[in-house]
Design a protein around this ligand. Sequence first.
Ligand code: ATP
Length: 239
Amino acid sequence: AAAPPSLQVDDLAFAYPDGRQALFGVDLTINRGERVALLGPNGAGKTTLVLHLNGILTAGHGTVTVGGLAVAKQNLREIRRRVGIVFQDPDDQLFMPSVAEDVAFGPANFGVTGEDLRARVDTALATVGMQEHRDRSPLHLSGGQRRRVALATVLACEPEILVLDEPSSNLDPVARRELAEVLLGLDATMLMVTHDLPYALQLCPRGVVLDDGVIVADGPMRELLADAELLRRHRLELP
Ligand code: ATP
């Protein structure tokens, strides 16, 4: 049988406790190896959707499955390993004295030990081009280097899907390019939440536009960006 999709969201609806409905019946399937940009104006529901992918929010209606496993209270540990979120602010996931310890923290937490753990750390650091910085404090790295270490901490857990929250924000052009090269070289399934349309075009063949809690477009990034009316209607701004 074919591998299950890396991510399948079916009829997901969610309202915050104050009654604000943030998602209305969202359907989204991402197959293994796909790279998808999640676009939409402020308040569209992108963060709310991402918080459902690893079970931080679960109270809504509908289902989320990750590599065939449905998100449920009993399996959040495995779901959190499968959904590797790289937060917008790398400082949210770097807190150990050295880069190597930060990268080891995730897989160690999921039970990887000894030689396997060392190999995970080496591979993840090599993938993001940070091996020579392994003994440094993350505090002494540049913003681009910190973001690549944050990516390594997630890669070391061997996730089913990578979720990147505004990966290009606050990076200079060189750091943006270095990160793009790393991401394009990964053999990974990726959902990238961003307002940076050129970066989304560079990295993701497919784009999904969410607005007011509804998916209003899903197709090739190139076609979405060529649709001036779509961009205007959903306040998507090209630089
Ligand atoms: P941005 O691009 O600004 O990050 P977003 O697309 O991620 O926006 P969400 O943060 O998911 O949008 O917000 C969706 C809707 O839910 C908005 O109307 C927002 O005001 C509302 N919302 C978000 N968090 C809460 C909360 N904790 N309580 C109540 N309403 C919330």
